[in-house]
Design a binder for this molecule. Structure first.
Ligand SMILES: [Zn+2]
Length: 88
């Protein structure tokens, strides 16, 4: 889903979470959430994330067929399982 125009943002924008201001990407790039470091790249006015991380955060729309599959999978795992009931 990435186009050539969207390059991964430069680490030079990285900022601690607490000093992230408006129009700075707040996607956490550090491994730990303690002393979290955010991406800090410029964002569009309406977004909390830079274009790169917006694509990471928002999953692409599913096709009708994949949506149907995902729904039936979700229903199947929501159904009480006989073996689990017997074990309880
Ligand atoms: Zn970002």
């Amino acid at each position: 889903m990435f186009t050539r125009d969207d390059a991964e943002p430069s680490p030079r924008f990285h900022k601690p979470l607490l000093s992230i201001g408006s129009r700075q990407c707040r996607f956490i790039v550090s491994e730990s959430t303690r002393d979290a470091i955010c991406c800090g790249s410029p964002t569009s006015e309406a977004s909390s994330w830079c274009p790169w991380h917006e694509q990471v955060v928002f999953t692409p729309r599913l096709s009708e067929r994949d949506r149907h599959r995902a729904l039936s999978y979700a229903r199947s795992i929501g159904r009480p399982d006989r073996q689990l009931r017997r074990a309880a």
